[in-house]
Write a protein that binds this ligand. Structure first.
Ligand code: SF4
Length: 180
């Protein structure tokens, strides 16, 4: 049987969602019989692959580079899932939104009260990813097919949704309440 190709990515996020994924424990072995992991923080692939069946996107879209990533993912994937509350709502990364990009960078990089003259991620010629004005939930940037809520989502919920997707079914939204 051909394996289902799954990718997962970590944008503006902590590692919590992927740690929760690892909490599926021995169920990961079971899933590995049916899936091929084609992209993710635990495998060493450098570019977003083509023809992916399911992509789990963790984190909000906060930089121009992340914007490129999600667009590329959308172009190359059948089912895109927002994975965790940072992807679903903006959650923690979006707390910077009311402050403004320059002010938040200045707050982080100023030293002993002295303003920083070269803020990373602000100038046009920087090789660093540039911060967008707002950290955005993924569905504001691309179309999303599935939402997996929680901070982080419970391992049982991840397992349920991934299993359903492998069966070709799209679980109804708002399923999080089953897991508290
Ligand atoms: S949803 Fe929570 S656990 Fe997941 S990346 Fe965001 S802050 Fe971390």
């Amino acid at each position: 049987m051909e394996k289902v190709k799954i990718g997962t990515i970590w944008l503006d996020a902590c590692s919590g969602c992927h740690m929760s994924m690892l909490d599926m424990d021995e169920r990961l072995l079971e899933l590995s019989e049916r899936i091929e992991m084609v992209y993710g923080p635990l495998v060493d692939y450098k570019t977003i692959p083509e023809n992916v069946d399911v992509f789990l996107v963790s984190g909000s879209v906060s930089t121009d580079k992340e914007m490129d990533y999600v667009k590329k993912i959308r172009e190359n994937t059948k089912i895109v899932a927002s994975f965790g509350d940072c992807a679903v709502t903006g959650n923690l990364p979006s707390m910077r939104n009311p402050v403004g990009t320059r002010d938040i960078l200045q707050e982080v990089y100023s030293q002993e009260g002295n303003p920083c003259s070269q803020l990373p991620g602000m100038s046009e010629d920087t090789p660093l990813p540039r911060l967008l004005k707002r950290a955005r939930p993924v569905h504001e940037v691309i179309e999303v097919d599935q939402f997996i809520q929680g901070c982080p989502p419970h391992a049982d919920l991840i397992h349920l949704i991934v299993s359903e997707l492998l069966e070709g079914r799209t679980p109804r939204r708002g399923i999080r309440t089953m897991f508290g």
